[in-house]
Write a protein that binds this ligand. Structure first.
Ligand SMILES: [Zn+2]
Length: 213
């Protein structure tokens, strides 16, 4: 079972990918993690990717797909995997499809965790982080005992720049422009499944399980 996770940043697709990975025993393949691992281990692909990154350039899609295929060719992926963070654009999806077709393989499900922008902006703006120990909270979903004070170390909590509405809006704009077209792309291929991501994460997961069952 090869699954691709789709959804806006902050929609919770990483959490769902992790839950799918655990229940079905499929590796959670996140492109960020694979890049870091290749660079850390000094592989040829990692060295090549690092050249682009050091020059402040985007890693070309062909190279990203190479790194990805190298990962999913490993033994633990032989029964499938959950892709998180890739593809992000139509050209990336096309390169991936081409490569999978050459291997006689294909994507089985593209699961879109659907959450309206307003919900995402609200969720993110409720996040709080400790300035001292880095612990994270949420004013609604994971509140501290005393408002604005870290439970673990007693320091002050802040709203990080990354979680501020303006930053989140910018990221959502990029998502709508570059990544959202993938929903139609996978729909045309007949593998798109949509779940309501506004509900509790366990409910979201139940919907996914009923799709995969
Ligand atoms: Zn703290």
């Amino acid at each position: 079972m090869k699954i691709i996770m789709l959804g806006a940043p902050g929609a919770g697709k990483g959490t769902q990918a992790e839950m799918i990975s655990e229940k079905y025993g499929l590796p959670h393949v996140s492109t960020g993690d694979i890049f870091r691992a290749n660079i850390k281990n000094g592989t040829e692909l990692g060295k090549e990717a690092k050249k682009y990154m050091d020059a402040g350039q985007l890693v070309p899609d062909e190279l990203t797909v190479k790194i990805l295929l190298d990962r999913v060719a490993q033994d633990d992926c032989k029964n499938g995997y959950v892709l998180d963070g890739f593809p992000r654009t139509i050209p990336q999806a096309e390169v991936l499809d081409k490569a999978l077709t050459e291997l006689g393989d294909k994507v089985d499900y593209a699961i879109n965790v659907d959450v309206p922008d307003e919900n995402i902006i609200n969720r993110m703006s409720g996040r709080r982080a400790c300035v001292t120990c880095g612990a994270t909270y949420h004013v609604v979903y994971a509140p501290t005992k005393v408002e604005g004070i870290c439970d673990k170390c007693g320091s002050e909590l802040i709203l990080r720049d990354d979680d501020k509405p303006e930053t989140v809006k910018n990221r959502l704009e990029v998502y709508h422009k570059q990544t959202q077209p993938l929903i139609e792309y996978y729909d045309k291929k007949g593998v798109l499944k949509e779940v309501d991501g506004t509900v509790d994460m366990n409910e979201v997961f139940n919907s996914i399980v009923s799709i995969l069952a």
